[in-house]
Design a protein around this ligand. Structure first.
Ligand SMILES: Nc1ncnc2c1ncn2[C@@H]1O[C@H](COP(=O)(O)OP(=O)(O)O)[C@@H](O)[C@H]1O
Ligand SMILES: [Mg+2]
Length: 301
């Protein structure tokens, strides 16, 4: 793919001398007062559960792809990125902190700390996942009626903002735009919807020129110096569905470059979707890594 990512897999970071703020499903976050050190590990989650098997190279790939998008969209919507440069990050850390480049090079992002808006800002351009499920059950998406007769993976008449709660642990819950207004405040809700739709529009055009459909994606926002900024990650195969445009047909399972491959394997396994999740077989690990690399290759070329 033209970029080689670190050969050493990392499931869990340990950085003596830094204060661990949280371990998310994929990222370990360290507190540097005004800033955060975000470590993208090779963990993968599905059905709200972190799997025991790492996807080698995934953390570095997500980090590079997020940084690519942060740089590309930063003049339209501000974001939390300071740098992903290893040497520069080392210089920003207390002098006694040691980081093995074999493990940490390419998976670090130095960010401005934000006051997070506790919502997942999802935009859907096609009907998939929980959006498809709601449509099948009620004929609606995020509470709003859709045309009849849509199929799984059908493009929507226009992209729709479908927020969900950001649960501290466990299941995120889809909520209406009205509920988001109550939770976040009407002005903030309106603004994160506007920014999310704008970013989706920009990214889906970019993807389309490279043979990919951005079926849906999720953003997170936070306030940095009273300005709304994109935080966390952006437009990666973890947070988005990327489909191959060439063979696309509504109603049929689209060829994907994202996590669907893992979900499909888990669906046909005997797992009951309660922790602990089973180990992934090598073929599923390789197939996932290959899909993520293909998304990266196409989007950044
Ligand atoms: N700039 C930031 N300021 C504050 N919190 C952030 C920032 N960037 C990311 N985060 C938070 O750090 C965590 C990153 O871990 P991740 O594995 O992505 O979490 P999750 O399991 O929620 O997907 C998330 O809780 C995210 O909201
Ligand atoms: Mg996240």
């Amino acid at each position: 793919m033209g970029v080689t990512f670190t050969a050493n897999t990392l499931l869990r970071s340990e950085i003596p001398g830094l204060k661990l703020l949280s371990r998310g499903k994929v990222r370990d976050v360290y507190d540097l007062n005004e800033r955060l050190l975000i470590v993208a590990t090779d963990r993968i989650s599905a059905f709200d559960c972190v799997l025991p098997t790492p996807i080698p190279g995934k953390g570095a790939l997500l980090n590079a792809l997020s940084a690519f998008w942060f740089r590309k969209t930063g003049d339209v919507v501000p974001n939390h990125l300071i740098t992903t440069d290893f040497a520069e990050i080392l210089r920003a850390l207390p002098p006694d902190v040691r980081l093995d480049p074999e493990l940490y090079d390419r998976r670090l992002l130095l960010a401005r700390k934000a006051r997070r808006v506790d919502a997942e800002c999802i935009v859907r351009g096609c009907l998939a996942g929980s959006g498809w499920k709601e449509y099948c059950e009620k004929g609606t998406l995020c509470g709003e009626r859709l045309p009849q007769g849509l199929q799984e993976a059908s493009p929507l008449p226009r992209p729709v903002f479908t927020p969900s709660t950001k649960a501290a642990s466990g299941h995120d819950e889809n909520i209406s735009r009205e509920r988001l207004s109550e939770l976040a405040g009407a002005d903030i809700a309106r603004e994160i919807e506007r920014l999310s739709l704008m970013l989706y529009d920009f990214a889906s055009r970019h993807a389309q020129e490279r043979g990919l459909i951005l079926a849906d994606t999720k953003f997170e926002f936070g306030f940095i110096n009273d300005r709304l900024c994109v935080i966390d990650e952006m437009l990666t195969p973890d947070s988005s569905r990327f489909w191959d445009q060439s063979a696309f047909k509504p109603g049929a399972s689209p060829a994907n470059f994202d996590k669907q491959f893992v979900r499909d394997w888990l669906d046909q396994s005997a797992w009951d979707k309660r922790p602990p999740a089973p180990e992934l077989p090598p073929a599923v690990v390789d197939g996932t890594a290959r899909r993520y690399r293909e998304a990266f290759r196409r989007l950044t070329r």
